[in-house]
Design a protein around this ligand. Structure first.
Ligand code: SF4
Length: 297
């Protein structure tokens, strides 16, 4: 979870091993299933991505080939049922593609499959990308703003499908979003990032009820309370300013220039501290005064 420009998509691309040409990824390790992704060759990473890890990108129309009908691309992405004789496999893949489209909320799969990406809305393209990503039932699904540009009832449908995959098919889902309300509703664990760094991480319920970090607290306060009446033209709470450019981060704590709790000590970068099942990077965390001595960095 984080604002636009906080580096969420960058993180997803680093996990997948598809960096931009001018990026360099440095990490001690990046573990998947007891294997270090950093030690793998490009070919090994690619085969793992097709099988075990999938992604739903947030700009679907750029990910589809404009020169091919989307049905053709979708059928190609469907898993092959090797138990069938080879002459029935193509028909089975087509049927499978239509079924997945229905599951992600497409009412008219025939029409969609015979269209080109540029003839469809962003929402329809996104549904196709979701069907492609979930058809292989990966073990980890990275969903980067999967319901962007979709109407509310389709969003709920997609989230129900993702929950079903998670609970019945054992698919872990890394949901990337800027909507804290949505993340709080659907995720068990939450990591808040800002300007490319982890600000706070831990179980969602515990963070939402007792945020330690001023940034998390500010984000929670921006969620409108629909139970209370808001006076006409009242300003909704916001955190002033905007995230810094990642090329020129501020000295010390990156939230410093925007933080309502900033003090002299904040010119030094806070370390990521650990307290019970929670992580936070702040010199002055809320709710921790009495337990500060127990926190470890
Ligand atoms: S370290 Fe200082 S500036 Fe950074 S979040 Fe904590 S209080 Fe705010």
């Amino acid at each position: 979870m984080g604002e636009s420009g906080s580096g969420r998509t960058l993180l997803a691309r680093a996990i997948l091993g598809i960096p931009e040409p001018n990026w360099s990824i440095t990490a001690d390790r990046m573990m998947w299933n007891n294997q270090n992704l950093m030690d793998m060759s490009q070919a090994e990473r690619r085969s793992l991505m097709g099988k075990d890890i999938s992604i739903i990108f947030q700009d679907p129309s750029n990910c589809l080939d404009p020169a091919l009908e989307v049905g053709e691309q979708l059928i190609e992405a469907m898993p092959t049922n090797k138990s069938l004789p080879f002459w029935r496999r193509a028909k089975d893949k087509k049927l499978n593609a239509k079924n997945w489209l229905r599951k992600v909320g497409v009412k008219d799969p025939e029409r969609l499959m015979s269209s080109y990406a540029w003839e469809l809305s962003e929402g329809e393209c996104q549904k196709i990308m979701i069907a492609m990503a979930v058809a292989h039932q990966p073990r980890l699904l990275i969903a980067d703003e999967p319901t962007n540009q979709m109407e509310l009832n389709t969003q709920a449908q997609i989230f129900r499908l993702l929950t079903k995959l998670n609970q019945l098919q054992n698919v872990s889902i890394l949901l990337i979003s800027h909507e804290l309300e949505k993340v709080a509703q659907w995720c068990e664990n939450l990591t808040v990032i800002y300007s490319g760094q982890v600000m706070e991480s831990g179980p969602t319920a515990s963070i939402m009820s007792h945020p330690y970090h001023p940034y998390t607290k500010a984000l929670i306060e921006t969620i409108p309370d629909y139970d209370e009446s808001i006076s006409h033209k009242a300003l909704l709470p916001t955190l002033p300013g905007s995230p810094p450019a990642l090329q020129h981060p501020p000295i010390g704590c990156r939230l410093g220039p925007r933080c309502p709790e900033a003090q002299k000590k904040c010119v030094h970068q806070p370390k990521l501290c650990h307290y019970k099942d929670r992580y936070y990077a702040c010199h002055f965390p809320y709710e921790l005064e009495q337990n500060n001595d127990d926190a470890t960095s």
